[in-house]
Design a binder for this molecule. Structure first.
Ligand code: GLY
Ligand code: MN
Ligand code: MN
Length: 463
């Protein structure tokens, strides 16, 4: 948690962004997995955390835009709770820690909102992503559950995105801590990638590192010798010589800031010639993209630059052919890189994605592409100082996509299908780093994680 001034300033900035009404933020509740009392690790809602800082279930926060007042609604624990959970600070004492004087039991929220509505004031709220919140909006605001989505506040979404997109120095410090935990996770993963080991042994070990050094992982660990499947959460394969292993994993700090790093290592620690050739292309796409990052440049331009580097590299290997500018313009490269170059990162690993990808990654000036591949770019708009984002190019040989496009004779001008056939057993390579946009360019966050062929091989050779 930051100081109360940080949260007070954030709420004041929100008030300045908004015209009128009240902004309602529901904190998360506990969520059960296989029976009511067996619950997932509690994760507070990121918007609630950003404005109210309190990391406990069953709270709601209100920013009164017209009256310069902020509120926390929540119940103090009773003796039954204390027996199981231990003593807990009173809600009013917790609220003071984040600069809020006005508190009331949770039941008071309904009256508060009813009064606001009676006065003709708008209640702004963000899109819910848990069923409990949809039901709560129904109860609090008298909306049908299937209509709740129609009443989310565009004005509040835009204001929150504007504020959360620019990370302050406290947030950047936290994100760097998360990347430093990822350093431990990824160097461990590289060292463990030996023939005979099962993926889950490594996945479990690195998840343990995250838990031991911060919070849980920032998203379910992707660790696989089948890296051609982009978000592969199956961890049951035995590592075999000749395969590559992708680890895409990050940590959350205790204050819930994320990291998101990908490294790819050859099983056994030595790249063969074919692996090295593809790896060097992805590495160049990653490094040139990073070099280009500065305020004022559209991220989609950097995405397309990295796609061109990938297509050029594949042309040199005889996998692609023809006019590379035209190939990328038409989308042929997406056979090998069918995802975007990156996304915002912060309290959420895909920061603010719950507020709508287009609201976060696009604007009036930069509209989302509809073309396969580029359409999946989550962040396309102009970069600003203070953005934190990922750079994560990859090259994948997806047998099912190869077969489909080949059967459709798609992009035969740009793809050498005979050569591609020989790579169907290759897998995939992705290299991902977390970058801060600075006034004069960019900074790669955290302790540098081995990434050149030499660095990865040297790390793999360590005990
Ligand atoms: N963690 C998935 C991704 O890299 O976006
Ligand atoms: Mn990732
Ligand atoms: Mn990512």
């Amino acid at each position: 948690m930051f100081t109360k001034e940080v949260y007070t300033e954030r709420r004041n900035k929100l008030r300045n962004e908004m015209n009128s009404g009240v902004a309602l933020f529901l904190g998360n509740n506990e969520a059960s997995f296989n029976y009511p009392a067996n619950q997932y690790h509690f994760r507070q809602d990121s918007n609630f955390l950003y404005f109210f800082g309190l990391d406990h279930p069953d709270l709601a926060g209100v920013v009164d835009i017209d009256n310069n007042k902020d509120y926390i609604f929540g119940n103090d624990v009773d003796i039954d709770d204390i027996i199981w959970m231990g003593p807990q600070p009173l809600i009013k004492d917790r609220a003071v820690e984040v600069g809020i004087e006005n508190t009331a039991p949770y039941a008071g929220l309904l009256d508060f909102l009813n009064n606001a509505i009676k006065e003709g004031r708008k209640v702004h709220f963000l899109p819910p992503y848990r069923g409990e919140h949809t039901i709560e909006f129904q109860k609090l605001l008298g909306l049908f559950t299937d209509k709740v989505a129609d009443y989310v506040s565009e004005e509040l979404i835009k204001s929150v995105v504007k504020l959360r997109s620019i990370k302050d120095k406290y947030e950047i410090e936290e994100i760097e801590k998360a990347v430093d935990i990822a350093y431990e996770m990824h160097t461990t993963s590289i060292r463990m990638a030996k023939p005979g080991i099962i993926e889950r042994e490594i996945a479990g070990t690195i998840e343990g590192i995250s838990l031991a050094k911060g919070g849980p992982v920032s998203f379910p660990v992707i660790l696989t010798i089948n890296g051609q499947t982009l978000h592969n959460h199956y961890h049951g394969n035995i590592l075999t010589e000749g395969r590559l292993m992708i680890t895409d994993a990050g940590a959350e700090t205790t204050s819930h800031y994320a990291s998101d790093i990908t490294r790819t290592v050859p099983v056994g620690g030595k790249f063969n010639q074919r692996q090295k050739e593809i790896y060097e292309i992805v590495l160049e796409a990653n490094m040139k993209a990073i070099e280009t990052i500065k305020p004022g440049i559209e991220y989609r331009k950097i995405h397309l630059l990295s796609c061109k580097i990938i297509a050029e590299g594949l042309k040199k290997l005889g996998i692609m052919k023809g006019d590379i500018n035209e190939a990328v313009k038409q989308g042929a490269h997406a056979m090998f890189m069918p995802h975007g170059l990156g996304h915002m990162m912060g309290l959420d690993v895909h920061d603010m994605e719950g507020l709508g990808e287009n609201n976060v990654g696009y604007d009036e000036k930069t509209k989302r592409s509809k073309q396969f591949g580029t359409a999946f770019l989550r962040l396309g708009r102009e970069l600003q100082t203070g953005f934190v984002l990922t750079v994560e190019p990859g090259i994948y040989f997806i047998p099912e996509l190869i077969d489909l496009w080949k059967s459709e004779r798609k992009y035969t001008e740009f793809i050498n299908y005979d050569k591609v056939e020989t790579y169907k057993d290759f897998g995939g390579i992705r290299i991902e780093d977390d970058i801060l946009v600075t006034e004069d360019g960019h900074r790669v966050l955290g302790k540098p994680i081995p990434k050149t062929v030499e660095e990865v091989e040297a790390t793999a050779a360590m005990k």
